[in-house]
Design a protein around this ligand. Sequence first.
Ligand SMILES: Cc1cc2nc3c(=O)[nH]c(=O)nc-3n(C[C@H](O)[C@H](O)[C@H](O)COP(=O)(O)O)c2cc1C
Length: 210
Amino acid sequence: MIDQHLDPTDGERDFWRLIRDRRSVRRYQPRPVSRWLLERILTAAMWAPSAHNRQPWRFCVVETATQKLALSEAMGSRWRQDLTNDKADPEFIQLRVAVSHARLTGAAALVVAAVCMDDMDDYPDPSRAEAEWLMAVQSTALACQNLLLAAHHYGLGACWMCAPLFVPDTVRGILSLPSTWHPQALITLGYPAEEKEKERVPMGERVLWR
Ligand SMILES: Cc1cc2nc3c(=O)[nH]c(=O)nc-3n(C[C@H](O)[C@H](O)[C@H](O)COP(=O)(O)O)c2cc1C
């Protein structure tokens, strides 16, 4: 990745290590993550760019075993229902829900990322309203990426889970989130108990130059 013709500085090597070595980590050591560290990585999230600098992201950090369990059980139950309605194989359903449960309850902390439109612009027409909503979602995703990179920088593993998008009311209800928060993602965090490798498709398949 580092240009062969450059003699990379330490800073450059560190930068590419941060970007390239970050992986989605789904299994964690049973070791807590300090509040100080959680605040560091949330601070990184806050420094993401956002549309109009309105910072529409909201985060809820779930640290207690009771809340993790409640969230996992409620989300799992909804998922089981959905998969049953899809007529999925019962063994498959059992396995998927159990894996998800182990991931949520085995993480040292869960961070639910939500979008709040309170400070965003209000438009009367659906087209501009949708663009404004998308900008808020994009801004929140950038904050999450900062969070993932900061977690990696501090030696934590993390994984983005999309489940809250499918059951926003359940997540809002269990965590008593304000009604204006729209849950988008759940990020599991903890000291890694696995190593992962991933590849990317060549740049030529994703980039046009004009
Ligand atoms: C929007 C989004 C949704 C994702 N949802 C899930 C998910 O629900 N469960 C999961 O295990 N990983 C999820 N991931 C993680 C991806 O699977 C992962 O980023 C991808 O496989 C690339 O691997 P890497 O992050 O290790 O580079 C999600 C990532 C993104 C950006």
